[in-house]
Write a protein that binds this ligand. Structure first.
Ligand SMILES: CC(C)(COP(=O)(O)OP(=O)(O)OC[C@H]1O[C@@H](n2cnc3c(N)ncnc32)[C@H](O)[C@@H]1OP(=O)(O)O)[C@@H](O)C(=O)NCCC(=O)NCCS
Length: 179
């Protein structure tokens, strides 16, 4: 995999590999995760394989893709926390930030921390002018994550026939580092 590993105070984001397929499939099929990330549709093995192949291609082509998020806490029994990604919104030239965490890991600030690292990388290393984030209106937890990352309303994009509200983050709209 050609992508970089990113680190934060508590987390490591490593490029997802083909060997992560089972892990991601289990994670993405958890009801709480699937509900918003996958429109509540079951996630098939082929879908996961395609996402991983796309990620590999994207890392090679554009320097971004999907990362597996792991905790750096070496005493905890499970390193796997969730995933975070930067991916092109189909049919556009916009890059969106995606994330989901294991439900047992919600409420610790990990999504904000992981997505923040992906955004810093997007602006500082890839020099993207903006990254967007799409949210289903009832997905309050994801709204709060995007608000903490520093977003402003961007546009309503109609994707596969359904309108989705998109928010944009730019380097200028990011909150100053808290450290
Ligand atoms: C969206 C999702 C990742 C959010 O997870 P989350 O744990 O609520 O988000 P964060 O990691 O930012 O955690 C923030 C919460 O942890 C709390 N928290 C605890 N310790 C914290 C810390 N050190 N730093 C920041 N927040 C902390 C905050 O108070 C906050 O709670 P609040 O939102 O009630 O104010 C999660 O709900 C999820 O996986 N959903 C399913 C998939 C999905 O919808 N993905 C988005 C579509 S792209």
């Amino acid at each position: 995999v050609a992508g970089p590993t990113l680190r934060t105070a508590r987390l490591k984001l490593r490029p997802a590999m083909a060997g992560d397929a089972d892990l991601l499939r289990d994670h993405w099929n958890r009801p709480e995760v699937r509900r918003f990330l996958w429109d509540d549709e079951p996630v098939a093995a082929e879908t996961v394989d395609a996402a991983l192949a796309q990620s590999d291609a994207d890392f090679a082509r554009a320097g971004h893709g999907l990362w597996i998020v792991e905790t750096l806490d070496i005493v905890s029994e499970t390193a796997f926390v969730g995933f975070c990604g930067l991916r092109v919104v189909e049919g556009t030239d916009l890059v969106e930030v995606l994330y989901s965490l294991e439900p047992s890991q919600w409420g610790k600030g990990f999504a904000t921390e992981a997505a923040g690292a992906a955004l810093d990388y997007a602006f500082e290393s890839l020099r993207l002018p903006r990254v967007v984030g799409g949210v289903d209106p009832p997905n309050r937890a994801s709204h709060r994550v995007l608000e903490r990352l520093g977003v402003a309303y961007f546009d309503t994009l109609v994707l596969e026939g359904k309108p989705a509200e998109y928010y944009e983050v730019t380097a200028a709209s990011r909150p100053a580092p808290s450290t």
